[in-house]
Design a protein around this ligand. Structure first.
Ligand code: FNR
Length: 188
């Protein structure tokens, strides 16, 4: 990462839940980001189900807008729960929709993944499925740090603040790694 350059990161939560631990973790990233890394959250709540009959040519205006945001960003941060050992349907659907858009927003894009779950393994299985999806999209995923916030019920306070200081510092490091990877990609 270059200290004197600004990096614009688009962040997506894989949970639509009001009190989502993953959205809380995303907001932690916004709070702890170095001053030159701007983390903008986008919502996938209104992305319709992908149907190739309907969306092969004309994508919904919201999808065009979200794709444009991802395309022009320096990187993408995905913060997601694990559902049944894998990627939540809403997130997978949004990625599938974006991936069929002619602008190919994930192609050669730097992507960081993290997640929180109430289980012990903190979304580890979801993260490896998501990394596999990113291979097909030709995205570049950040290898380290891997942030898997297990037993999330005990890691956030009533105001949604992450109380685990080690995880908080790792989130800051993840953003720095993401900006660094985007820098590498831009030079290739
Ligand atoms: C879960 N949860 C869960 N947790 C986990 O560690 N591994 C899993 O495979 C699953 N599977 C799963 C499936 C479905 C359909 C739901 C609704 C939940 C529990 C999950 O970690 C918990 O609900 C989190 O709070 C979800 O994240 P948000 O919504 O708080 O961000």
């Amino acid at each position: 990462m270059e200290e004197n350059k600004n990096y614009h990161i688009i962040a997506i939560s894989g949970s639509l839940r009001e009190e989502s631990y993953n959205t809380m973790a995303l907001k932690t990233a916004q709070k702890v980001a170095p001053p030159n890394i701007i983390v903008e959250q986008i919502s996938i709540k209104e992305v319709p189900f992908y149907n190739e009959d309907l969306y092969k040519k004309d994508f919904p205006p919201l999808v065009n807008e979200l794709v444009a945001k991802i395309k022009s960003a320096d990187g993408v941060l995905i913060v997601s729960p694990e559902y049944n050992y894998s990627i939540p349907g809403v997130l997978k659907n949004a990625i599938d929709m974006f991936s069929r858009h002619p602008d190919k927003p994930f192609d050669s894009k730097a992507v960081a993944i993290m997640g929180a779950s109430t289980g012990l393994f903190g979304t580890a299985r979801m993260q490896y499925h998501l990394r596999q999806v990113m291979v097909f999209l030709n995205a570049w995923t950040v290898n380290r740090p891997e942030i898997m916030i297990g037993q999330a019920k005990d890691k956030f306070d009533a105001n949604g603040n992450l109380t685990d200081s080690k995880a908080t510092e790792m989130i800051r490091q993840l953003l720095i790694s993401l900006a660094g990877l985007s820098e590498l990609i831009s030079k290739k």
